[in-house]
Design a protein around this ligand. Structure first.
Ligand code: AMP
Ligand code: ZN
Length: 457
């Protein structure tokens, strides 16, 4: 039985899609105004994980992900600066150029990570007409009202507001928080914002020239590609209580029924036990990892080390340990490739069952990896290799790839030889200093009793 934790009911539930063959899945996509970091990448590995597990269970998927290429404000609550505009001023490019550039960077990163990309990728700027009809629908049904700033959603009209935990009962108008006097309730949120004269990304609408509020694009894109019944909606926990709460309000009120069945949220990737932040200079991108000698696949494997519902702590040491385990795992898989032993049918069935139970238990990847490690300890057998090929539909690793031969520069070869001689002569200081030179140049030495191997860092 396939089970997922549903943030809406706060429990693990059996997953059954509305349509028995095809799962309709929505994933909140990136805001494309700067380089995506490895925390964002954890969110898309999570999406990939769900997609692959669904396919493993025999489902087809109709999936969509938005690209937020229209500026939304730096705070979820319609305050702060327009992120796209800030980037456009910083880089002296138009917001359209900014969006195009960072969308490409994002797509390259997810491809490198072998993320199973949704069937539809939809930039918000391509569905402005649908957004306008959506907002008009909410106005017609009495769920929205007009102020001098734009069109707002009236949360008092939606009794079920707060299902994901956004407690708005204490946010009375006039309380400590800053209130826009025209809003009926401080938690009412913008559906359409009137554009100031100097605003760049703006469109004609029945309410004047403006641009969409940031929650509406996901509701409108979901409706356009998936209809009014969606099986799974994914995103990071930061989006749960405002963005997703507001999406539920918009969609359920327009359609007159619950639209999304399963809300699935990913916990954050922490860096050195804390938040990623510019001031701490600890925001890493996939290219930063690559510059330090790690591959996208190392990070993909690192994702499997923790359950998605728990915070995962990133340090270069923990990434190194994931890299080493992956290397060992691939080595063992290759040993089984031409193995001659036979794995009994009972054992094959048991491994299949254990692996399936782990991934179907709300994507328990650490347990699935433990099953894989146990399997690889079996005697050399082609049956083990074949099981790994199957399990890899979920792991998405590239273990068929031939080990790439790295060309070691002559200079490093000479230094390595000199160091070895120094070591033989027990000239430890010199040996260490040469080793440091080699490391500085991006290589390392692995010693054994009769020699050494040169590795690229
Ligand atoms: P954004 O571009 O800010 O909308 O974020 C894109 C996705 O990355 C969203 O689903 C966020 O919830 C998620 N996200 C942002 N920061 C982190 C983090 N540190 N760890 C995991 N997911 C994150
Ligand atoms: Zn969204």
């Amino acid at each position: 039985m396939l089970k997922f934790f549903n943030s809406l009911t706060r429990r693990k539930e059996e997953f059954v899609p509305y349509d028995k063959n095809t799962v309709r899945m929505y994933s909140c996509g990136p805001t494309v105004y700067s380089y995506p970091h490895i925390g964002n990448m954890r969110a898309y590995l999570f999406m990939d994980n769900i997609r692959r597990v669904l396919k493993y269970n025999g489902y087809k998927i109709n999936g969509v992900m938005n690209i937020t290429d229209v500026g939304h404000l730096t705070s979820d609550a319609d305050e702060g600066e327009d992120k796209m505009l800030v980037a456009s001023q910083r880089e002296n490019k138009s917001p359209w150029e900014i969006a195009k550039y960072y969308t490409n960077v994002f797509m390259e990163d997810v491809k490198k990570l072998n993320v199973d990309i949704p069937e539809h990728i939809c930039p918000a700027t391509t569905i402005i007409d649908e957004i306008i009809s959506f907002v008009q629908g909410l106005l017609d049904k009495g769920y929205a009202y007009k102020t001098s700033k734009g069109i707002y959603f009236d949360i008092s009209k939606f009794n079920a507001y707060g299902q994901l935990g956004n407690d708005v009962s204490c946010k009375k108008a006039g309380a400590r928080i800053e209130v826009d006097d025209e809003k009926k309730h401080p938690a009412d949120f913008a559906l359409w914002i009137n554009a100031p004269e100097n605003h760049i990304m703006k469109w004609e609408s029945p309410w004047g020239i403006g641009y969409p509020g940031w929650h509406i694009e996901c509701s409108a894109i979901g409706k356009k590609f998936l209809g009014d019944y969606i099986d799974i909606h994914t995103g990071g926990v930061d989006h749960k209580t405002i963005h997703h709460e507001n999406e539920i309000a918009q969609s359920d009120c327009l359609e007159g029924h619950k639209v999304v069945h399963f809300w699935m949220h990913l916990e954050f990737l922490q860096i050195d036990g804390g938040k990623m932040s510019k001031s701490l200079n600890n925001i890493f991108t996939l290219s930063d990892l690559e510059k330090n000698g790690f591959s996208a696949e190392d990070f993909r494997y690192f994702y499997f080390m923790a359950h998605y519902s728990k915070q995962q702590n990133f340090t270069y040491d923990s990434l190194m340990s994931a890299k080493n385990s992956l290397k060992k795992l691939k080595g063992m898989i290759n040993i089984h490739k031409n193995g001659e032993n036979v794995l009994s049918k009972e054992k094959i069935d048991r491994y299949n069952e254990e692996f399936l139970n782990a991934v179907n238990d709300d994507l328990n990847m650490p347990v699935a990896i433990a099953v894989v490690q146990k399997l690889l300890k079996e005697d050399k057998s082609k049956d083990v290799y074949n099981l790994m090929i199957k399990f890899n539909e979920i792991l998405g690793l590239n273990f068929d790839e031939e080990e790439k031969l790295i060309e070691i520069p002559q200079e490093i070869v000479v230094l390595a030889e000199k160091r070895w001689q120094a070591k033989l002569n027990k000239n430890w200081q010199e040996a260490d200093s040469i080793r440091n030179k080699i490391i500085e140049r991006g290589y390392n030495l692995k010693d054994s009793k009769d020699g050494y191997e040169i590795e690229k860092l």
